[in-house]
Design a protein around this ligand. Structure first.
Ligand code: TYD
Length: 138
């Protein structure tokens, strides 16, 4: 499976009408996991790089519900850059994938859905350690 297949772009349905847009994301139906945690990142800007880690257990879906950002995703072999710029679209990031979010527009609100409760211990924050851990998996 290549990296774009491992980290697919998800397109959510628009239930909007003349009153406005409505996007619904049902855990384990519209995304591959039940949601245990939600967080969002805003007030970052184009000079900032966030993330720069991989998670041993957590899966994520990233959605820019307002504004734009980009996410650089790698499995240690391939790299893709996904532009997040619409509230109806997200990217799925499985466990053990390195990610870096950057190029935030001033109005960016990056919503993150996660499959786990927070556990700082499952983060790999050094890219070298990440590559070692990936190697050890194979
Ligand atoms: P960090 O992982 O550095 O954010 P990002 O990946 O967006 O760059 O998290 C910043 C701080 O917030 C860090 O001290 C850990 C804490 N944090 C939690 O306590 N719970 C969470 O769910 C998240 C994502 C972070």
């Amino acid at each position: 499976m290549n990296l774009s297949e491992k980290c697919p772009i998800l397109r959510f349905g628009d239930l909007g009408d003349e009153r406005g847009k409505l996007v619904v994301i049902e855990g384990a139906e519209d995304i591959p996991f039940e949601v245990k945690r939600v967080f969002y990142i805003y007030d970052s800007d184009s000079t900032v790089v966030r993330g720069q880690h991989a998670n041993r257990y957590s899966e994520f879906v990233l959605i820019n519900v307002a504004g734009k950002s980009k996410v650089r995703i790698t499995d240690g072999t391939e790299e893709i850059i996904v532009e997040l710029d619409r509230p109806m679209t997200g990217v799925y990031i499985p466990k053990m994938i390195w990610k870096e979010m950057f190029d935030f527009s001033p109005d960016s609100v990056l919503l993150v859905l996660a499959s786990t409760h927070y556990d700082g211990e499952e983060y790999i924050r050094s890219y070298e350690d990440y590559l070692e851990a990936v190697k050890a998996e194979h």
